[in-house]
Ligand binder design. Sequence first.
Ligand code: NAP
Length: 258
Amino acid sequence: MKKVVVITGYNSGIGKGLTALYQKDGHTVIGLDKFGEFDNKTTFMVDVADEQLVANTFDIIGNLYGKIDVLINCAGYAVFGATELIPTQDAKNMFDVNYFGILNCIKAAIKYMDKGSRIYNISSACALYAVPFRTHYSASKAAVSMLSYGLRMELKDSGIDVVAICPGDVRTNFSKNRKKTMLTNEKYGQRIEKSAKQIEQRESKRMTIEYATGKMYKIFNKKHTKPMYIVGKSIKFLNFVTRLVPTSTVLHFTNKYL
Ligand SMILES: NC(=O)c1ccc[n+]([C@@H]2O[C@H](COP(=O)([O-])OP(=O)(O)OC[C@H]3O[C@@H](n4cnc5c(N)ncnc54)[C@H](OP(=O)(O)O)[C@@H]3O)[C@@H](O)[C@H]2O)c1
């Protein structure tokens, strides 16, 4: 059956990869993004943090296509730096996109969804572990995962399925778009700069978009879903190991190596 699929952040990275896969199989993809070229039929210029604009856009989509079978919430970005020194407004802006942006889209889309429809929220491996200097981002993604699990239970009787996807590192524009605060003080010394460099050095080790979205697409085509999927072999392994040891051990080694 051909589906009507709405993807936020469709113009780059994971959203772009998923758009191509759905289109290849003949599904109708409607893309939402902040910048690009938009025809207001299959592509719409939307800041997901703008609740009213999101609501209006989903009403247009609902009227044009009559239903939404799949909503994939990809739009998101990260802030980086010492939690104490990142301007609180920067953290709030990120939550407005990463958490409330997803909430805005779900609330606007759900009236056009029916039994069998699915909502995929792109969370992160950072929802599974806190990472130093990426604390706000981890918190926003943990919130996305909790939103997904709670909604999954609430929507059970309606037949609308909600799934959190937790990818490890993927080679997209994500690193470039990360909002960095490089301020430091005597508590952190060179650690912030070191951590930023370490992220840069690992860039080539990230999964390719094709690999990560290919894995996601396989998950999306499953008849039955689980509440959460990890994408990336090393994160799957780490998740298995870290569930066997105390949190203090997990924090000790995360802090040592990241
Ligand atoms: N790449 C990774 O390693 C990784 C790992 C785990 C989870 N994720 C998550 O995966 C999702 C997709 O990220 P990506 O890696 O594909 O990064 P990306 O290449 O930067 O793509 C993100 C897309 O979201 C758009 N976007 C950002 N803020 C928006 C807003 N307020 N309204 C509408 N669109 C907005 C961006 O538009 P602009 O470029 O115009 O800002 C961009 O097109 C994010 O939620 C990210 O947190 C990524």
